[in-house]
Every structure is written in C-alpha cells, then in structure tokens.
Design a protein around this ligand. Structure first.
Ligand code: ZN
Length: 515
C-alpha cells in the first residue's frame, strides 16, 4: 500500500492528511464488508447508546486527561494520528466504540455512515435523539436505530436527505457532505476577506459545497491533501472524529495557510509507472527517500532535464519525469511540454509512393503544420527533420532523448492494394515503459483523425515499430491513410485535408494531456 512508504517521517498534521491518501483504496474494501453486515451490526455499535454529557467548558481538561492515559481503543494506539481527537470525543461520550469480547475498538479506518455521522453530530451539539412516530424518510423507519438522531439532525437543518425521499443512512459520508454538515452544525462563521482565492485545485467556486469547504479550510478543520480536497471521497471514522473534535475545540485545529495554492507549482504530475522512486536530488545515484505508486498526483515545482522537482509530503524530492504525465496548472495543457514530431523518411528514403507523390513530402508537410499549432499553444516542439533530409531511426529516437522529450509522434503514410483505406495508429507495449500512456495517446489521435478527416477507422494497434519501441515516453506512429487508395490519396495531397490531419493530431495530443 502506498501509504506505508509515505507515512513514516511525518508530523501529526501531515499524517492526518496522508491517512486520507493512504487509506483511500483500503477503505473501499472495508466499506464493502461493513455494508454487507451493516444493518445487524449497527445495532451493536455502542457509539450510539448513551446520552451525551457534552460540556464545552470542560473540553480542554478532558483533552489533556485523555491524551496522557493509555489508549482507550485497542485499534487507536498511542501513535495513531487521531488518537487525541478520538479520545476527546470518547471523553465527551460522543463516541463509544465497539466492545468486542471485552476489547474496546473504534474501527478508525471504516467509513463513517450518514447515520453514524448524524448521531455523532447531534451528540456533539449536546442534543438528544428525537422521538419518531412517523417515518420522514422511506428508508428510515421509526424503528431504525438512528431514526431519532437523524430526525434531530434534520430538524436542526444539518441534514436534508435526498430528493427521492431517502436518507441513505448506511451510505458512506462523502467529504463534500461532511463539509456541509460540519459547517452547518457548528455554525462556522464566514471566513474574513479571503477573496476569490483558489484553495483546492479540484474545487471551483461554482461547486455546490464550495462555501462549506472554504469555511472548513479557514477554520482549520480540513485542509485536504496536496492542494486537493477530493470531495467525492469517503470519510473514515477517524477522519470524521478529527473534524468534529476540531470543530468543538480550537486546540485541535490545523494551522491555516492564507495563500494556500503554492504559486511556484508549475504543473501536476501523475505517476505512470507502477512505482516511482523519489530521490533526494536530481540524479539516478541520489538516495531514494520514498516511492510513489501508479496514479499518484504530485505538484511539480521545477523541471531540469529529466528531473522533476516535486513537493512530496510537505518536503521536496526529485523524480524522473519520463514517468510523470505532466499537466499544466494554468493555460493550454501542452504549454511548456516538450513534444517530438517525427516526419517519417526523407532525403534518399522517399517512403511509399504513388507516381511522383512521395510519403516523405506529405508527412513533412503535415508535421510542419502540427509543429505550428503546438508551438502556438506554447509547446516546445522538436522536429526530427525540418527539410528533405534522411535520418536513421536511431537518430530520431536519440533526438527525442537528447531534448528531454515528453511525447513522441511519428507521422507516416500507408500503401497496399487500392482497396485498402483508412487511418491506423500504432503504439508499443513490448518495450516502451509508457505503453499504456502510448495507447491512450494513440486512441485520442486516431479518433480525432477518423472523425475530422472522415477516414475509415482501422483502429489503434500494438506493434513494436522501432521509434515507438525505443522511446521511453508515450510514443505513437500514425499512418494517416493509404497513398494507394484514390479517396485517401485525394485527402493526403490536399492542403485543406493536410491541415485537418494536423489539427487532429494536435487535438489528440491536447486531449491526451487533458485526460
Ligand atoms: Zn512510412
């Protein structure tokens, strides 16, 4: 699990954030198992069977008492990131945990359900459950263990339920929902003059929960991870406890950074390798200070040659950028990207031909149009040839490597019997370590060409052509059409269609980076 490597050297604050990252895959499995047995087991959850003696004045005293005692819960040990917060709530009888054969456990990594959250919130407010005689929600009959708590939470305007008349009491609580109920329950004041500053990369001001998330952020209750809030993710019992404890007691609140999004972040990078070493400096011989797993998104602060300086658990580290899919924070997705456009053949090698029409000339013309479009969008474009010269396949790959290329697109034209027609795009998974990324790029370009130029779709194909096989970055080879087919020939030799081919390749690259 990726969290294990990332978690070691951290302060409480970061641990808290990382638990969220580290457990995000684990909690899904737990959700499934607890959901299967939820109705029966919820009856046994002792969290929900005692009136709350909550008293705000004694909060701090209880906090210090709880933090010095030996752990209350067997599964919330002394070094657990949320031990103090969980025990604070326990001290207030807001939670009680599960008594399992005499051992008290909290199940901190299980997702908190909507019903559990309603009960915890109501108890945290020092309120009691309400008598329910008639179901407000069709899935919460008066006999439901949480009916009274849910009723009280709804009466207080903290929860609403869904427009189809359900409450979904056993559904996990999403972070967006969590933000709303915490902000409403604790009547968090509007933060001061914060302007329209973007706090989280994944939350825009038009998002429905934005006002609540902003409040949680500026009140030090939740600050996401790596500038992301991940509103659709679920909330664990430990996380929810921490949020409630912070809302109740300022001692638990997180420091608030008033200029949250780091202006020095130039891009994000999504890890495309199974594991990617994080090194102490930009060199393959530098010490490994951690590992990132596939799909992890990091902030990129600087790129120097092949090395990307990234922010990593609040520190900085270096990773090989070949295994990062880079995405600009602002502007066109290709801005600043280093992209190789390879016009096939050239010079003494005409490629395929039809009469006096040579592949080498068609593909150079299209390649130059692609270059112009990419350059206009701010990409750094490297051409393997800009004129009618011959370059070996080895040279073409070497040009890409010498220029720290991040993407490689080779442009060709096909030939066969006159009946064969259409576009096909190749990628390699036999040797190229970014085979899957190459496939995604191939699909995007192929689809654009087929749609825009009205070409027959011959599909994307995994084949080990030299230039796609020997590059390490996402690499594709596009066969625009058949010079030997009359319909394709008309398009390949038309300036209008060459422009459409080029625009389609450009669009495919932008689409790939936008995914
Ligand atoms: Zn060719």
């Amino acid at each position: 699990m990726k969290g294990e490597v990332l978690l070691q050297p951290l302060r409480l604050l970061l641990l808290c954030l990382l638990m969220f990252f580290g457990y995000s895959s684990g909690t899904y499995a737990e959700t499934n198992s607890s959901a299967a047995s939820s109705q029966g087991d919820l009856q046994k959850i002792q969290d929900f069977h005692q009136p709350s003696p909550f008293n705000a004045e004694s909060a701090s005293a209880s906090f210090s008492a709880a933090s010095t005692a030996k752990p209350v819960f067997a599964d919330v040990p002394a070094d657990h990131w949320a031990k103090k917060e969980i025990e604070f709530l326990y001290g207030r009888a807001i939670i009680q945990g599960y008594n399992e054969n005499g051992v008290l456990r909290f199940h901190p990594n299980e997702n908190v359900t909507r019903a559990q959250a309603a009960k915890m919130i109501v108890k945290a407010l020092g309120q009691s459950e309400k008598t329910v005689t008639r179901a407000r929600f069709k899935d919460v009959p008066p006999s439901h263990w949480a009916a009274g708590w849910i009723e009280r939470a709804v009466e207080k305007g903290i929860f609403q339920g869904y427009s189809d008349g359900t409450f979904q009491p056993d559904a996990p609580l999403k972070r967006s929902q969590m933000s709303k109920i915490i902000a409403l329950a604790f009547k968090l004041p509007e933060p001061g003059n914060v302007g329209n500053k973007q706090i989280f990369r994944d939350i825009s001001p038009s998002y429905w929960a934005y006002p609540y998330i902003v409040k949680l952020y500026y009140h030090g209750i939740s600050n996401g991870s790596e500038n992301q809030f991940m509103p659709e993710s679920y909330t664990s019992r430990a996380q929810f406890s921490a949020f409630v404890a912070r809302a109740l007691n300022k001692d638990f609140r997180l420091p608030v950074n008033s200029s949250p999004v780091n202006s020095s972040v130039i891009a994000t990078g999504k890890v495309t390798a199974d594991t990617l070493n994080v090194r102490s400096s930009g060199s393959a011989s530098a010490s490994v200070i951690g590992q990132l797993s596939y799909g992890t998104v990091v902030n990129v602060l600087e790129i120097n040659g092949y090395w990307a300086k990234i922010s990593y658990n609040g520190k900085t580290g270096y990773v090989h950028k070949t295994y990062l899919k880079l995405k600009n924070v602002n502007g066109n997705p290709v801005q600043g990207r280093i992209i190789v456009i390879d016009a096939g053949h050239g010079g003494t090698d005409p490629g395929t031909m039809n009469g006096k029409t040579y592949e080498k000339n068609i593909v150079l013309s299209v390649a130059q149009k692609v270059k112009q479009k990419l350059a206009s969008a701010g990409a750094k474009v490297i051409m393997t040839r800009e004129s009618d010269v011959y370059k070996t396949l080895e040279e073409r790959v070497q040009i890409a490597k010498n220029n720290y290329a991040e993407l490689f697109v080779s442009i060709h034209v096909n030939s066969a019997s006159p009946s064969a027609s259409g576009t096909e795009t190749y990628y390699d998974t036999s040797k190229n370590p970014n085979g899957y990324e190459s496939y995604l790029l191939a699909k995007a370009i192929q689809q654009q060409i087929v749609n825009n130029a009205g070409m027959k779709d011959r599909g994307v194909k995994d084949y080990d052509f030299y230039v796609v096989r020997n590059n390490n970055v996402p690499s594709v080879l596009v066969e625009l059409g058949f010079i030997t087919n009359s319909s394709d020939y008309q398009k390949l030799t038309s300036d209008h269609y060459q422009n459409i081919f080029a625009q389609s390749i450009y669009n495919g690259i932008v689409q790939y980076y936008s995914q």
